[in-house]
Design a protein around this ligand. Structure first.
Ligand SMILES: NC(=O)c1ccc[n+]([C@@H]2O[C@H](COP(=O)([O-])OP(=O)(O)OC[C@H]3O[C@@H](n4cnc5c(N)ncnc54)[C@H](OP(=O)(O)O)[C@@H]3O)[C@@H](O)[C@H]2O)c1
Length: 263
């Protein structure tokens, strides 16, 4: 008797870094709600996210990886994308969201190990993961998108944030170069480097908790919180996903949620 195989439906697949809290957690939760298969990479997986995926009947994998050592994570990601069943992928996305701050203050006073860890997590990891993602999915003809979570500070300088400014400016500029590379390919991926607005997360706690004697913008961040001007992580995630969903995603490589229609 011949066996009948029920084909698995194809679903959007999204890989996201830094989904244990903050914006990344909001993004992962909303992607699961929308029916995506989700892979997350961070040091500490989130138990609530696993429970949500279970409840919704979605596929979720959470890797415990330290992106200060990104080479191994990139190799593992490459193998994972290569192993995806080609008939079950409706579209494929990589969201480089994880970032690590050095304690705000002058570069001259910064701990060299912390500077290196921040750059590796916030710039080197996105480059290596993106390279792995593109190489492993080059045979796919479905839509592929890379969404880099940048910052206004990649575009405007701020004293006491040299490392973060460098990482985000680097992210913006590698996105520009990559968009040109992918435009030369028949089914090239689309790339956006997006500033997500100002969000009420641990990163903001670090900024307004900094020593004002070392970080002259500390008062500005304290003021934003006091005046209720921060987006919740969920609200910011909805704006970021509106960008990911947009028909014209990638037309403008350097973007800001505050400039997008309907956000
Ligand atoms: N918050 C804002 O106002 C704001 C403004 C502009 C841009 N952004 C950008 O938005 C993104 C998310 O920021 P957020 O505010 O949500 O940050 P957050 O609350 O500090 O969360 C950072 C995330 O990155 C992960 N991460 C940090 N170091 C890591 C490492 N070494 N290896 C693996 N994962 C690591 C953390 O997970 P683990 O600790 O579990 O590893 C966490 O999930 C960042 O790219 C940030 O630059 C934020």
């Amino acid at each position: 008797m011949s066996q009948v195989h029920t084909p698995q439906p194809s679903t959007p697949v999204t890989i996201i870094t830094g989904a244990s809290r903050g914006l990344g957690l909001g993004l992962a939760a909303q992607l699961l709600e929308r029916g995506h298969r989700v892979l997350t990479l961070q040091r500490t997986p989130h138990t609530g996210l696993a429970a949500q995926a279970e409840r919704l009947g979605r596929r979720l994998e959470q890797w415990s990886v330290d992106l200060t050592e990104p080479t191994q994570a990139a190799a593992r990601l490459k193998a994972w994308v290569q192993a995806l069943s080609r008939t079950q992928v409706a579209s494929l996305h990589l969201i480089n969201n994880a970032a690590l701050l050095v304690e705000p203050g002058p570069l001259a006073a910064a701990d060299p190990g912390a500077v290196s860890a921040a750059l590796r997590t916030s710039l080197e990891a996105p480059l290596l993961l993106t390279g792995a993602f593109l190489a492993a999915s080059a045979d796919l003809t479905v839509t592929r998108k890379v969404l880099n979570i940048s910052s206004g500070l990649g575009r405007f300088a701020m004293a006491g944030s040299a490392v973060y400014c460098a990482a985000k400016a680097g992210m913006d500029h590698f996105s520009r170069a990559l968009a040109l590379e992918e435009a030369e390919r028949p089914h090239g991926a689309r790339i956006v480097s997006l500033a997500p607005g100002v969000i009420d997360t641990d990163m903001q706690v670090q900024l307004r908790g900094a020593d004002p004697a070392r970080f002259s913008s500390q008062g500005r961040f304290a003021g934003l919180k006091a005046q209720g001007q921060l987006d919740s992580a969920d609200a910011a995630a909805a704006k970021v996903l509106a960008c990911l969903d947009a028909e014209d995603f990638g037309q403008k490589v350097i973007a800001d949620v505050r400039d997008l229609a309907g956000t």
